[in-house]
Design a protein around this ligand. Structure first.
Ligand code: TYM
Length: 342
């Protein structure tokens, strides 16, 4: 099928490997909600199988998975309108990932910067799963024939690999079966940076908790972290170009813009000439006003873990009913006999 003729279907995922951050919220969750509201068919997943490519305490993983589901719902994902589930409940992901392990090349995976960063110097000691991670990610997306994938900038290379896997599979088997997906990396918050170092991405795995705002932080903590966020002593310039070479300053302007849902140059217009000591109180109030209600709703959902598990189960059933026929057809294309009666 020509890609333009395919029905639009959105898929994205988040690893439940710790607290979700303001980066996840602005770069991913908020945009997932916008896509749900735009009337797309939307499928969102807690990628627990990706999380275990690095060590996770089992009880922490279970809790983080529920917490991520709570964050999706608190941000506005409605499980009646979007499919919301955890990856390991739909085995079609790992089955297709195996086939993709045989399509993707070692060289492609070895070039992935996330693998290089996470494996560090001691590559011999990294899990095989960490290396094969992008093939599972391609399977997550392609097992639904998803066409659009909203992510932050750090996932761009993985999505390029997903396109390469689809192109190579279609070419090798002489079919037009998997869509060549569109990465959707848009908005002012595609790369929210650390509050301690404007050159580093805000990340749930940063050893310093002061580097990020967690969606579980209370109001006092949010205030403290933003008050202490690194800046410089220059006033805010009157143009975005004036912020070049000032990554911490640029980051806070971008965060403000994303929270207020305006463009960064609009923020510059409002605050040109102000010192950060004057800008920060406005940023802090805006951050608290945006995040506190989300945190409160998350806490509400977390009071009923059985209900979260029920929602994830229904989501997984719905996800499986889309994925299984696509997986079945993939097996046929590859040449596997499918003759079981149950
Ligand atoms: P993960 O769990 O690291 O992040 C989830 C989403 O949040 C975005 N994000 C950010 N956006 C802006 N600024 C930041 N500082 C920031 N930090 C994180 C990420 O770009 C991502 O969109 N491999 C993926 C999970 C995954 C996936 C998929 C995504 C697995 N399968 C299929 C899309 C489609 C990951 O580790 O995301």
């Amino acid at each position: 099928m020509a890609d333009a003729a395919r029905p639009k279907r959105v898929f994205s995922g988040i690893q439940p490997s710790g607290n979700l951050t303001l980066g996840n919220y602005l770069g991913a969750l908020k945009r997932f909600v916008q896509m749900q509201e735009s009337g797309f068919e939307t499928i969102y997943c807690m990628v627990d199988l990706h999380a275990i490519t690095t060590w996770q305490e089992p009880e922490d993983l279970r809790n983080a998975t529920r917490q991520a589901a709570a964050a999706f719902m608190a941000s506005g994902i409605n499980p009646e309108r979007s499919i919301l589930f955890n990856q390991s409940q739909v085995p079609a992901h790992t089955e297709l990932a195996w086939i993709f392990n045989c399509v993707a090349r070692m060289g492609w995976l070895g070039r992935m910067t996330q693998f290089k960063d996470k494996a560090g110097k001691n590559r011999e000691n990294a899990s095989v799963g960490l290396f094969a991670y992008p093939a599972l990610m391609a399977a997550d997306i392609l097992v639904y024939h998803a066409t659009h994938v909203p992510v932050g900038e750090d996932q761009k290379q993985h999505l390029e690999l997903t396109r390469d896997v689809a192109i190579k599979f279609n070419h090798d088997f002489k079919v037009d079966f998997f869509p060549v997906i569109e990465p959707v990396i848009k908005g002012t918050a595609t790369r929210v940076m650390s509050l301690r170092d404007g050159q580093q991405k805000m990340s749930k795995s940063d050893p310093s908790d002061m580097s990020r705002i967690n969606l579980t932080d209370n109001e006092d903590t949010i205030r403290k972290k933003l008050r202490r966020a690194r800046t410089d002593s220059e006033p805010i310039s009157d143009s975005l170009q004036g912020l070049e070479g000032r990554p911490e300053a640029r980051n806070l302007i971008n965060i403000y813009a994303a929270l207020a849902e305006i463009q960064p140059d609009e923020v510059i217009r409002q605050f040109a000439g102000c010192l950060f000591s004057e800008f920060k109180p406005a940023l802090i109030d805006l951050a608290v006003a945006t995040i506190a209600p989300v945190t409160e709703k998350m806490n509400g959902f977390m009071r009923d873990p059985a209900e979260i598990d029920r929602i994830l189960g229904v989501g997984a059933d719905n996800a499986a009913s889309i994925a299984e026929p696509i997986l079945h057809e993939t097996y046929e294309i590859v040449g596997m006999i499918r003759s079981r009666t149950m």
